[in-house]
Design a protein around this ligand. Structure first.
Ligand code: HEC
Ligand code: HEC
Length: 402
């Protein structure tokens, strides 16, 4: 009921005196706008050659290839679409309902809740630095952002829309037709490919590469304090082995690893990547998640099993396979880097300090004050934010979702 209230509340506020939406004509922070009107990312990692310092945890290692080359208008149209509940079947939920910028582009839940109130099987991952990834979803089942998003858009337990419905709705909106024509000048009707491309363009603009760790890596020794530095040394040690999988500078090696995370709440074992790849060696395997901005995205793992970063770190020192159900123990092929590092309490605390030093939200995009459908931006907000938002909705200038 509460979300309905918030949605309805949005109407009168948006009903008058709204200037038409203008798409940005310059690229988001971190990107340079080229003469051809495309956006090119610049980071200090550009100056490094990955061959320069080989080995896991090397400070001055280049980033993997990334997607770029969208226009500022495509990215900004994607931003409006991302926050517009018009994309869900019943128009209550936007992408941001499960990937909210105030929750590290996740939703704070163990399992996301779809537009119809249905529970998803897994936790919503963060969307920071999507531009660098080549596989999507926890089980790596999707090979592009465009393919990935047809999952949430059309899944009955997520946004529950259909391709026909979205085409009809977007083409029926004069405002959307105008904005799509601005972003895709050669087309006069809105197509699904343009919708997918715009959302992909926006997601590839979510860059987080200027944390205290990065400043340290680029040569400022004081950017990490003594505790964070001690944590970094544990992190990249051959005892803890965190950086073998969560490899800097992206803090993921983008591989699938079987580590034996428990399922909470009496739920059945999740076979993970075994299913899409039809590979029994990957039973219980999941994509190694990046740890950038991880301090913002509790609870942790595909299953949301751990409430704090401390619990997540402690998992690795409780013994190889300790959390597997009995019947899986002989079946699951745990990764060889999962063992019993016997980390001391203070080492676990320092690991947490280090993971917190991977936080950088300086390029967080603004939630649009209005979205083209005229609905309240964001739509249903994650429960973890509802109280905060209820206390600010009396202020007309504060868009819902801020
Ligand atoms: C109902 C909540 C919900 C909504 C709405 C939602 N997502 Fe997600 N999203 C999830 C969950 C849960 C996963 C992980 C599912 C899995 O791995 O099986 C996910 C995964 C993703 C991923 C993969 C990230 C990675 O690291 O592999 C991307 C990208 C993504 N969503 C983008 C979007 C976009 C774009 C939209 C809007 C079109 C959207 N999501 C709407 C819950 C949601
Ligand atoms: C063998 C590869 C591997 C090693 C080594 C490893 N991890 Fe992980 N890590 C993973 C995988 C795979 C997941 C996701 C598992 C899942 O969801 O079931 C994960 C998840 C996490 C998460 C949760 C992230 C999120 O967004 O939910 C944290 C935190 C984490 N690891 C920290 C560490 C730390 C700290 C170490 C070192 C003590 C470490 N990892 C070592 C593979 C690894």
């Amino acid at each position: 009921m509460r979300h309905l209230f918030l949605v309805l509340l949005g109407w009168p506020l948006l009903g008058w005196a709204q200037a038409p939406i203008q798409l940005a004509d310059v690229c988001p922070a971190g990107f340079e706008t080229s003469a051809e009107n495309t956006c090119k990312l610049h980071t200090r990692y550009d100056q490094y050659d990955s061959l320069y310092e080989r080995g896991v945890g090397g400070l001055q290692t280049a980033l993997p290839a990334h997607r770029e080359g969208f226009s500022p208008q495509q990215i900004d149209l994607g931003r409006h679409l991302f926050f517009d509940p018009v994309l869900s079947g019943d128009q209550t939920q936007s992408c941001a309902s499960c990937h909210h910028p105030k929750l590290g582009f996740a939703d704070g839940l163990k399992r996301s809740i779809g537009a119809n109130g249905a529970e998803n099987q897994r936790a919503a991952p963060s969307l920071w630095n999507m531009a660098f990834l080549t596989r999507f979803f926890w089980d790596a089942r999707s090979g592009s952002l465009e393919e990935q998003m047809t999952g949430p858009l059309f899944s009955p337990v997520e946004m529950a829309a259909s391709p026909e419905l979205l085409l009809e709705r977007l083409n029926a909106s004069a405002e959307y037709r105008r904005l799509f024509a601005e972003a895709y000048p050669k087309q006069d009707v809105v197509t699904l490919d343009q919708l997918y491309l715009s959302l992909a363009a926006f997601q590839t603009s979510l860059i987080s590469l200027n944390s205290p760790y990065d400043r340290y890596a680029h040569g400022s020794p004081d950017a990490l304090n003594a505790q964070e530095l001690e944590g970094f040394n544990v992190y990249r040690s051959f005892v803890a082995r965190c950086s073998e999988c969560h490899t800097p500078p992206l803090f993921t090696n983008q591989q699938i690893a079987v580590i034996g995370v428990p399922e909470p709440d009496g739920r059945p074992f999740d076979p993970g990547a075994q299913v899409p790849f039809d590979n029994p060696d990957w039973r219980g395997g999941f994509k190694v998640p990046s740890l950038r901005n991880v301090a913002q995205t509790a609870p942790y793992m595909h299953s949301g099993s751990f409430t704090t970063l401390r619990d997540a770190a402690e998992f690795y020192t409780k013994g190889r396979g300790h959390a597997l159900p009995e019947e899986e123990k002989g079946r699951v092929q745990l990764h060889w880097h999962i063992w019993e590092p016997k980390l001391a309490e203070h080492e676990l605390d320092r690991l947490v300090d280090f993971m917190r030093a991977l936080t950088d939200e300086s390029f967080t995009p603004a939630i649009p004050a209005q979205v083209p459908s005229g609905l309240a931006p964001v739509g249903r907000v994650p429960p973890a934010l509802q109280a905060r938002i209820a206390s600010t909705t009396h202020n007309k200038n504060e868009p819902t979702g801020e």
